[in-house]
Design a protein around this ligand. Structure first.
Ligand code: MN
Ligand code: MN
Length: 461
């Protein structure tokens, strides 16, 4: 054998995904990404993504879950967890005793939540106070267009949805920064302290009401909120309002190969899971799609992946088939579908390039996340990684390997550990992202499309 022949047969040679895409696949990829972008324009927080999933599920013949319902092969069932997370299932030919094929993503993203008592006036400027949610570089949120999203639960029991800043005719909201001319002291601070959490106050207005009295700017803002939404100040106490970057998902680059949007992490995997689930009929095993909340703050709470809402749903399906939930979990497989960090040549020394995911190399499989000595990681076994390799190879999915930065550089986690704790074999995989957790995150269209194909392959395995 020549060295060249040996090289070919023995050495791995990862290639850019574009070397494998056919023209027909490219067309499919572009159409898929258009649909994904439209989803992103409508869904900027977990509630909006959950509502979107419910509406699409119903269009696709899914029925709401109820206790004691009958469950037979081919049935399509969804469980809306209080409007903030959702689990959907297509019942398989095999019994749930043989396990389910699960894809689990999250639909919350880092953002600035509005405090319970937020509205005040200072120096005749009206503000809302915020408390950031998830891991952000606070300075990135200054002087960019922001929109207010969420719901307010009024004392009379009515729930009012609020969206300000997305419609072309809407005003946007903004947090100011210090002018460079006076920023000598600020520029000496480390980046975590350039702006303090308590300085993330968003400007709501400046025009005072006519007449006598104090806080006339604040009063005017409350009056406007009352006219549009029927709100009074104490309604903020029972509200979930959040500031997110205003604007739409856009193509990036002259070749339009990338997509820039707020919250690709992790709605890019959530959308992939959903579209894949809606495209399958009669899987061998039951296919389950989860869109969880609260991943960015530890998967906690009633709508997070640690919540027993998942047991409630899966237990109900198992009961209907006379199967023990524990037996179902023990035989199940879960793709923890979450984003990875795409290699960024501008910050090359934060990664081990040999083990990092990179744009356009396909869905990124991450054996482990965690930090330091893999602390907090759900370290997938050789067998689990082998199962993924085989499944993706059989389905012609373009994939690559990923790790989260070089050793001791930092770290993070996903819902993987919480699925694995349930005795479900779990592997992390998802779309590589540039500028993860920034107000504008960047992904490649090819990787988005391959992640959808990956979810489909898992469901049909
Ligand atoms: Mn994530
Ligand atoms: Mn994240």
């Amino acid at each position: 054998m020549t060295n060249e022949e040996l090289r070919e047969s023995l050495l791995a040679a990862p290639k850019n995904g574009y070397t494998r895409l056919t023209d027909a696949q490219k067309e499919e990829m572009n159409a898929y990404c258009k649909r994904y972008a439209a989803f992103m324009d409508q869904c900027k927080m977990e509630r909006e993504a959950t509502a979107w999933a419910v509406a699409e599920a119903e269009k696709n013949g899914f029925k709401p879950f109820s206790k004691n319902m009958s469950v037979k092969p081919g049935d399509k069932i969804y469980y809306n967890n209080r409007g903030k997370s959702i689990a959907l299932a297509v019942i398989g030919q095999e019994s749930l005793e043989q396990g389910a094929n699960i894809c689990a993503a999250h639909v919350d993203s880092p953002r600035l939540d509005i405090k319970p008592n937020p509205l005040y006036e200072d120096s005749e400027i009206g503000y809302l106070k915020t408390h950031y949610y998830g891991g952000i570089k606070k300075y990135q949120w200054l002087t960019i267009p922001l929109a207010l999203h969420g719901v307010v639960y009024r004392q009379d029991g009515t729930v009012v949805p609020v969206t300000i800043g997305e419609d072309e005719s809407d005003p946007i909201l903004v947090i100011s920064d210090l002018l460079i001319h006076l920023a000598g002291d600020q520029m000496q601070k480390n980046a975590a302290q350039v702006i303090a959490g308590e300085q993330l106050n968003v400007i709501m207005g400046t025009e005072p009401l006519q007449g006598e009295g104090s806080d006339l700017v604040k009063l005017n803002i409350m009056k406007l909120l009352n006219e549009k939404y029927g709100l009074i100040e104490s309604d903020f106490l029972s509200a979930e309002l959040t500031l997110v970057p205003a604007g739409k998902c856009r193509e990036v680059g002259l070749d339009r190969s990338l997509l820039g949007a707020y919250g690709h992490d992790d709605r890019v995997c959530a959308y992939a899971e959903l579209e894949a689930l809606f495209s399958i009929e009669n899987p061998t095993k039951t296919a389950v799609c989860i869109l969880a909340d609260k991943e960015e703050i530890g998967s906690v709470g009633i709508s997070g992946m640690q919540s027993h809402f998942f047991e409630h749903f899966m237990g109900g399906l198992c009961d209907a088939q006379g199967v023990k939930l524990e037996d179902c979990f023990a035989a199940s497989f879960c793709l923890s579908a979450d984003v990875s960090n795409a290699f960024d040549p501008n910050f090359a020394d934060t990664c081990d390039k040999r083990n990092n995911s990179q744009l356009n190399y396909g869905v990124a499989i991450c054996k482990y996340t965690g930090s330091r000595g893999k602390g907090g990681a759900s370290d997938a076994s050789a067998e689990a990684m082998g199962h993924i390799r085989t499944t993706f190879a059989n389905a012609n999915v373009i994939w690559q390997i990923a790790t989260l930065g070089k050793v001791d550089q930092g770290g993070g986690g996903t819902v993987a550990a919480y699925m694995a704790n349930r005795n479900i074999v779990t592997v992390d995989a998802g779309v590589p992202v540039l500028a993860m957790h920034a107000p504008l995150e960047i992904v490649s269209k090819l990787d988005c499309y391959e992640t959808m194909l990956a979810c489909k392959a898992i469901y049909m395995a």
